[in-house]
Design a protein around this ligand. Structure first.
Ligand code: ADP
Length: 393
């Protein structure tokens, strides 16, 4: 059976088509600038790349265009071959601890938690509606970024604020990147030749958005993001955790609303805010090479906060077997991986410089006498969507 994984944003749609259960990738690609005057479409299959510019009025038009292309390029002979579509949904609130087959009730429940992710859930729903309309025979499955973290204990997910905020509005830690944390922790267990139940893994998902997760015996027991993806460690443009009183302080100093200050914490902080140069790690590394001290400071702040969290999770889990680095920075920046492992030397973590000289490839990067195995494990959220979809339908 062929299964499509789909990640819809407000003006974009990324897709990957798999043969299941072999997990062979048949094709992949994306749409950008949906709803604008001119959009673009990319499709990759059999070492062939197609790039087209066209107007895609909305997501349904884009999905129809995609399916027509699959048939006209001979990638599928009939749309009936696509038995399921797995949709990434950012927020499942407390309602969804697992992936689920989509029906009217599930759509309603996703709408109900949309106030917790107002930028993401409505876009994800647009993708779901588009595929239901254009591919009505296929089973549709929702895979939630928050679901993997539903195993956290109340002492971890309840904030020390008036309890009614939780009861009345659902204010609590939810955590995100769950699909990635799950994939990488399962892979780490496999690499160690152990069952997921028998390993403790700390996953560092470090991209523009970044979060860390403590996975004990296959279950998420803590993670750094919170009610929203603004919390936790500093990121490309997000502040991560700060003293909450800063918001009022700055809003008074600069005569800004709470929304304006929060936007600055989301869009103008992190690497970008501290360095004043860029949110992109590559730009910061280039600036540091030319002696830029604020770029160095931006990276040092992030490395320190990551180390604080890894050390705390190590203690909280009663030790760990694997530390795994993944996502854009985790998979590409040997500098960052070395910096964090060096800062963890008190735990007996030792990096092997030669092994660490690697990008985007599953690799053991710790030395043989390291107390913890450290791996680079490229994440693969799409395959998790396809697996859950295939299983559920
Ligand atoms: P997103 O959260 O948007 O998916 P990514 O996972 O793509 O983010 O990660 C983007 C980050 O990865 C950027 O800071 C970028 O500089 C960094 N990165 C990507 N490639 C490299 C590289 N070759 N060397 C160092 N950093 C890299």
């Amino acid at each position: 059976m062929k299964v499509m994984s789909c990640n819809a944003g407000s003006s974009s749609l990324k897709f990957k088509l798999y043969n299941m259960p072999s997990e062979e990738v048949i094709c992949k690609g994306m749409f950008e600038r949906i709803g604008q005057e001119m959009g673009n479409f990319e499709l990759e299959y059999n070492d062939k790349e197609i790039e087209r510019e066209a107007k895609f009025e909305n997501h349904s038009v884009a999905v129809s265009y995609l399916l027509d292309s699959l048939v006209s390029e001979g990638i599928v002979s009939s749309l009936e071959e696509i038995g399921g579509v797995g949709h990434r949904v950012v927020h499942g609130g407390e309602k969804f601890a697992e992936s689920i087959k989509i029906d009217e009730e599930v759509i309603k429940a996703i709408e109900e938690v949309s106030d917790l992710a107002p930028l993401h859930n409505p876009a994800n729903l647009i993708g779901i509606h588009a595929f239901i309309e254009v591919l009505p025979h296929a089973g549709q499955v929702a895979v939630f970024d928050t679901a993997f973290h539903q195993t956290m204990e109340p002492e971890t997910y309840i904030y020390a604020v008036p309890y009614e905020w939780y009861e009345d509005y659902g204010v609590r830690k939810y955590g995100f990147h769950g699909t990635s944390h799950k994939y990488v922790s399962l892979k780490a267990a496999e690499l160690e030749g152990k069952r997921p139940e028998d390993v403790n893994v700390i996953v560092c998902h470090l991209g523009n958005g970044a979060s860390i997760c403590a996975v004990k015996g296959g279950k998420s027991i803590n993670t750094t993001m919170g009610l929203t993806p603004l919390a936790g460690i500093p990121m490309g443009t997000r502040s991560g955790n700060i003293d909450p009183a800063i918001i009022e302080f700055i809003s008074e100093k600069e005569n800004k609303t709470v929304q304006e200050v929060t936007r600055m914490l989301n869009k103008k902080s992190g690497f970008l805010g501290v360095s004043g140069i860029s949110s992109d790690n590559r730009d910061l590394e280039a600036a540091v090479a030319k002696g830029n001290r604020r770029a160095q400071l931006a990276m040092d702040i992030q490395d320190k906060k990551i180390t604080d969290i890894v050390a705390a999770y190590y203690v909280y889990m009663g030790g760990c077997d694997v530390i795994a680095f993944t996502a854009g920075l985790g998979e590409n920046s040997a500098r960052m991986r070395k910096s964090i492992c060096d800062r963890l030397s008190a735990l007996g973590v030792k990096i092997d410089l030669e092994r660490n000289n690697v990008r985007k490839k599953t690799t053991l990067i710790s030395s043989d006498d390291s107390s913890v195995a450290v791996y680079l494990i490229p994440t693969d959220e799409e395959i998790m969507l396809a697996r859950d979809t295939f299983e559920l339908i």
